[in-house]
Unconditional design. Structure first.
Length: 475
């Protein structure tokens, strides 16, 4: 292999699902060269991961697509139970809370996965990136200086590779990393995107039909003319053909087969929960479904995957662009694997009816208090906690100040002298004391978590050094 025949990039991302695209957007805004390759000829066409939790909405807002998500999605419909073709009663499937100053999103947001991916790809292109479709990974090797990937279009040399290529990850299998888990439900399931004849079924509710053969649901997808159909099979195997989907609906609901005017996409699966034994092998990282596979119950898979990307992106940026020690990347697995394990347990309990879709599903309470990048506490917050939103003395929202690839040093209700930094790395902001924070100094990481907190700046420089950040002078 001649050296000049090898394409070079900073990060090679395998897979253009929500995880891979979110990571690519984050790296692009940091000025990190990234190549996204996707084996399929186009983006995934189905609605599969349709629920966006409040914490993920915060992440997407920071990545610059919050308005598009608001425009193209909508609140989750209230469940409506049916029996023998008759409407019974409404049953809300989710915890809903009014937005607050600290938590601007109080309920899950519904948007089909294909739309989420379209929005992220459009954002990536705005930032100067793109996806190489119809490009398969056929092999890889790594050494102390980087990764060499063999692609169907030619070799690529990258400093790091991120496997975001799904539950059947080619990269994970090539590395020999095992998945440890269990079958959540032995019954196979079918999921499909369908169109329903006008006036045959209202779009105000999430329709739930139960029977001896298993449950069937039809959920209207906001921003589209589609419904997502999910059906359980206690016996037999799902027929995913359009004719099979229509026959299924006719057999289990009051609708006629011809009421399903289009079957846009369909697939079958068996709910399982599995966690990769490790999330890193040298210069290769696993993220999203390549690292953890969830039951769809509770809507945790896509959300956990996007937040994997959000955690890893800023760390790769600090190492590749700002000279942080490569040891910083060790914190990715140390922080994300315990979170993924907890979310897998939550999804499984919800699927089995052992836990309701409560506050835990919104992921606002997740954090890294016990993680390697957490130091100190101040006010009412501990390092590792999610940094709340809220008003500032200047009339802006804290999330507006945090938005972007930088750290933020927030001085709340204190006139302590503060160091100065390169504003591309750390932005300093003063505001009044605020009940969600209390009084003190808070260093907010680029992914919106408190990294360091204190009553004064003691220990701040020590904390920042391994992150590739140093003060330039004092003000």
């Amino acid at each position: 292999m001649e050296l000049n025949s090898v394409k070079e990039t900073g990060v090679l991302i395998v897979g253009a699902g929500p995880c891979g695209l979110a990571l690519a957007c984050d790296l692009a805004r940091r000025g990190v060269r990234a190549l996204v390759v996707e084996q399929a000829p186009a983006l995934f066409p189905g609605s599969r991961g349709k629920g966006i939790q409040p914490r993920t909405r915060e992440v997407l807002d920071d990545l610059g697509v919050g308005e598009a998500v608001r425009e193209h999605g909508g609140p989750a419909p209230v469940g409506l139970l049916w029996q023998n073709g008759e409407r019974q009663q409404e049953h809300d499937l989710f915890r809903r809370a009014a937005p607050t100053q600290a938590e601007p999103y109080g309920e899950p947001w519904m948007m089909p996965q294909w739309r989420t991916q379209e929005i992220l790809l459009a954002r990536l292109r705005e930032l100067g990136g793109d996806v190489a479709f119809a490009t398969a990974l056929t092999g890889l090797g790594q050494d102390a200086d980087g990764v060499t990937a063999r692609l169907s279009t030619g070799p690529v040399r990258a400093s790091y590779l991120v496997a975001a290529d799904g539950g059947r990850s080619t990269v994970r299998r090539a590395l020999g990393i095992a998945m440890t888990g269990e079958s959540v439900d032995p019954a196979p399931m079918l999921v499909a995107d369908v169109r329903v004849a006008k006036d045959a079924l209202d779009r105000l509710n999430w329709h739930v039909m139960s029977g001896e053969e298993g449950f069937l649901t039809l959920c209207p997808l906001p921003g589209t003319a589609d419904f997502q159909l999910v059906a359980q099979f206690k016996e037999g195997e799902p027929d995913t053909s359009p004719e099979g989907v229509r026959a299924l609906v006719a057999a289990r609901t009051h609708l006629a087969a011809q009421d399903i005017t289009e079957v846009l996409w369909s697939s079958d699966f068996r709910p399982r929960a599995a966690l990769a034994d490790r999330f890193r092998d040298g210069r290769v990282f696993l993220a999203g479904d390549a690292a953890h596979v969830h039951s769809p119950a509770g809507g945790q898979g896509l959300n956990t995957s996007v937040q994997d990307a959000y955690n890893l992106g800023w760390k790769l940026g600090q190492v590749l662009r700002h000279g942080a020690p490569a040891a910083l990347l060790d914190s990715y697995e140390e922080e994300r694997r315990p979170i993924a394990a907890d979310m897998l347990g939550l999804s499984t309990r919800i699927h089995r009816g052992e836990q309701e879709r409560g506050a835990a599903t919104q992921q606002l309470g997740l954090g890294y208090r016990e993680g390697p990048l957490s130091m100190g506490r101040a006010g009412v917050l501990h390092s590792g906690d999610r940094a709340p939103d809220g008003p500032t003395a200047g009339g802006r929202r804290l999330f507006d100040i945090y938005r972007g690839p930088h750290f933020t040093l927030l001085a709340a209700g204190t006139d302590t002298e503060l160091p100065a930094f390169d504003s591309d790395l750390v932005r300093v902001h003063r505001t009044d004391a605020y009940e969600a924070y209390g009084k003190g100094l808070f260093l907010v990481r680029p992914d919106g978590y408190i990294g360091w907190a204190g009553e004064d700046t003691s220990g701040l420089a020590q904390y920042l050094a391994p992150l590739g950040v140093a003060a330039v002078t004092r003000c």
